[in-house]
Design a protein around this ligand. Structure first.
Ligand SMILES: Cc1cc2nc3c(=O)[nH]c(=O)nc-3n(C[C@H](O)[C@H](O)[C@H](O)COP(=O)(O)OP(=O)(O)OC[C@H]3O[C@@H](n4cnc5c(N)ncnc54)[C@H](O)[C@@H]3O)c2cc1C
Ligand code: FES
Length: 296
């Protein structure tokens, strides 16, 4: 019988610096890798450890770049495992187990308006949802993305915004405009007057993602929302959407908890009786709102 905890070797086919301390790794294995949007792999290296990391791109019909069955992870260096990975080069090997967990209910969103709200690295697990929407645009109603980062140095996938905005409405915001002289990107200003903002038409706002909820025309009865970011941000976004008339059961969030096994055996990720690794990481807000050891 196949050991579900045995790591599989993957080769790094490409690395793209994405934002400050964040890189996207394109990985491939001997066999085509298939996963659902919102699922994660345990990524690691022998003797170093493992960390749960969401898929930021998966093989899908119409995605020519991943036809060979490769997949992507977008990883921010924050500690032992993720710092170790940041020095890897194209051609190096790393190890993974997965895919694990329950992802975004994209099927449920078909024929509905979709509101995607992401903060910081939280856009990575939602990128496969955006890919599906772009590949099957006629299956969905109005689709909007509200994305916020601390500043533009921390913003992911900026090179894709111009393509995305052809099919979905983008609302982009930063908490602060960073020190331009240290930025890897051209500057942008409030209202989209200069620099990077010229690359997509919507411009950039300064403020929190919650400030932008009023800009989207939300029809609560026909909208489904996917929200990913720091837990406190998800709390305010979900509460804001409820104020707009949305049902708790139409809001979905992706939770982060410390993980070890990834398959509901060790108990590390338990959250008030739920296993985040197996029952989640994506939950409806109804399932997780107000649970004692969370911020939702
Ligand atoms: C389902 C899931 C999907 C994830 N997807 C991504 C992703 O796509 N990209 C990405 O960059 N990161 C993602 N993360 C977060 C990532 O797993 C952690 O950053 C990683 O485990 C840190 O491991 P480390 O060994 O590098 O750091 P460590 O040395 O373990 O810790 C570094 C610091 O981060 C804190 N920390 C570590 N893990 C967590 C956690 N899960 N929640 C809160 N604080 C934590 C520690 O307390 C410490 O302060 C995801 C987490 C989960 C649970
Ligand atoms: S990580 Fe072991 S039970 Fe979830």
């Amino acid at each position: 019988m196949k050991n579900p905890l045995k790591p599989i070797k993957a080769i790094i086919k490409g690395i793209r610096p994405e934002a400050e301390g964040v890189k996207t790794y394109t990985l491939s294995t001997e066999f085509p890798f298939v996963a659902e949007p919102g699922q994660f792999n345990m990524i690691g290296y022998p003797g170093v450890g493992e960390a749960p990391i969401s898929l930021s791109a998966i093989m899908q019909v119409g995605d020519s770049t991943l036809r060979d069955g490769s997949f992507k992870h977008t990883i921010k260096s924050v500690g032992r495992v993720t710092d170790f990975l940041k020095d890897f080069k194209k051609g190096d090997e790393l190890f993974f187990r997965g895919p694990y967990g329950r992802g975004w209910p994209v099927k449920k969103a078909e024929k509905k308006d979709v509101l995607i709200v992401a903060g910081g690295v939280g856009l990575a697990p939602l990128r496969p949802v955006i890919q599906i929407v772009l590949n099957q645009r006629e299956s969905f109603g109005d689709v909007s993305l509200i994305y916020g980062a601390r500043n533009e140095k921390n913003m992911l996938f900026m090179n894709e915004f111009k393509i995305w905005e052809k099919d979905i409405s983008l609302y982009i915001t930063v908490d602060e405009v960073s020190d331009v002289s240290k930025s890897p990107h051209p500057p942008f200003t409030k209202g989209g007057q200069g620099g990077i903002t010229k690359e997509w038409s919507g411009g950039i706002n300064v403020g929190l993602v919650t400030d932008l909820l009023d800009r989207v025309k939300i029809q609560p009865e026909r909208t489904i929302a996917f929200v990913c970011g720091p837990e406190i941000m998800m709390r305010f976004v979900c509460r804001g959407l409820i104020m707009h008339g949305m049902l708790q059961s139409s809001l979905y969030v992706s939770l982060e908890r410390r993980m070890k096994c990834g398959i509901a055996q060790c108990g590390h990720c338990q959250h008030s009786g739920l296993f985040v690794c197996k029952d989640g990481p994506v939950f409806s807000y109804k399932e997780v709102r107000g649970l004692p050891d969370g911020a939702l």
